[in-house]
Ligand binder design. Sequence first.
Ligand code: SAM
Length: 310
Amino acid sequence: MSHSTSIRSRLRSAGIAPRKSLGQNFLTDDDTARRIVRLAGIQPGEVVLEIGPGIGALTRHLVQAARHVIAIEIDRNLIPILQQELAGAANVTILQADALAVDFAALLSDAGVDASAPVRFVGNLPYYITSALIRRMLESSLDIRSIVLTVQLEVAERIVAQPGDMSLLSVSVQVYGKPEQLMRLSPSVFYPQPDVDSAVVRITPYHQCDHPDTLFELARAGFSQRRKQLRNTLSAGLQLPKTDADELLADAAIDAARRAETLSIPEWMHLTEVYVQRGYAAAKRSDSSASDSLNNSDVAAPTTANSTEL
Ligand code: SAM
């Protein structure tokens, strides 16, 4: 019996008809399921949040690769079939819920997983929840390593669009991460067959920055005189004694003689962390709020920081 026939007969014997309103097109090709799970790049020890597991086409492979899988399915009729399919797996939590309404971090702690654990999202989604769901994932506080989604081809193309073809969807994804279109799927690998082709998209989130304002404060200072060494530009731009600028850079393992243009994004982020830890950010903020209140009636003169070219 092919996998497609088995899916059809399992649904039929459970008295279930696929619901179009929930975008139910179940993956029937096991090779495709394996390839999608491989594209997620799951490392041992990582947790997977699967959105819309259906009757477990991907879930049964995800449980082989991940430390724990949290599968969130809205359709309560599918839960018993899913439980049966995954009866042998001890590392899965099956949850009947709307993925647009759950708190992902709370689900991790309910499953006994530390909320700071690295996670990956995997899902085969109805098109009408795609953009809202991607935004919820990317705006969550989780340490997301990748998001692998099967979506309508046209939606995949909009997600990966480049300048000239951008839309609100591509901007809202690309501001958080880098999307790639990895695989095209014909309607024949689903039951029932959708009207259009689908595609697998992987989004790799950029490193998160906890203090973006402070990072830009440092970067503005650093780039204010781009040919000068960081020890000088930071000292001048942040009104720090040179010895403090040297210590700050030493703590961040950045040679004080380097120029701003040579720093990578992770280095800027690390420098920001050190700057915050040393208490400079808080001290400067209280200084500037004091001077703001003093200068309320003044017209602010342009500062070097404000006039830095981006
Ligand atoms: N992953 C399965 C597969 O590949 O065969 C099923 C894919 S099917 C296209 C989409 C699944 O998402 C369905 O099982 C549907 O019930 C579920 N779903 C739809 N909206 C959902 C939501 N808001 N939250 C959780 N699951 C949802």
